[in-house]
Design a protein around this ligand. Structure first.
Ligand code: ADP
Length: 153
């Protein structure tokens, strides 16, 4: 099973949509391996958004992402990285497909409710950035036999 890093962003917290966003992942069948609320500081934001450091909008992302705490999630499932990216929809919420989190719940490019790791390699780096090993729980969801066929597990 793969693990991926999700952040429920300050706009979702402010708008009272944290539960709705988490619910989308739960309903899809992703297992919560780790969950915590965190106030992000400049150091972690610089690292997390280093691929955007040269973009003109970088300072506004850092300001936005530290305006309120975020909820960090480590989610687990078969092909969890791709499944979560598809559930989130494209970056610009106005262009995201209906049925996706961003497409259903947002109107903004920046305030797009959720972060999801974009590759398996990035996911392992990002999970380790936000969670210590002991903060991740290993357990078997009771209904796993109904979530996956035996040959998929
Ligand atoms: P994604 O989160 O979809 O993987 P990126 O990694 O490209 O997208 O960007 C990280 C975050 O930076 C986005 O989720 C969004 O909040 C913000 N962002 C990206 N592009 C812009 C932009 N052109 N203007 C404002 N904010 C942006």
């Amino acid at each position: 099973m793969e693990r991926t890093l999700i952040l429920i962003k300050p706009d979702a917290i402010a708008r009272g949509l944290a539960g709705a966003v988490l619910g989308r992942f739960e309903q899809k069948g992703l297992k919560i391996a780790g969950i915590k609320m965190m106030q992000l500081d400049d150091a972690i934001l610089k690292e997390h958004y280093s691929h955007l450091a040269s973009k003109p909008f970088f300072p506004t992302i850092a300001e936005f992402m530290s305006r309120l705490p975020v909820i960090a999630l480590c989610l687990e499932g078969l092909e969890a990285v791709e499944v979560c990216r598809r559930l989130c929809g494209v970056t610009n919420s106005r262009k995201a497909d209906p049925g996706t989190i961003r497409g259903d719940l947002g109107m903004s490019m920046q305030a797009n409710l959720v972060h999801a790791s974009d590759s398996v390699e990035t996911a392992s780096v990002e999970v380790a950035r936000f969670f210590k090993a002991e903060e991740l729980q290993a357990y078997e969801p009771a209904l796993i036999n109904y979530l996956y066929a035996a040959d998929e597990r």
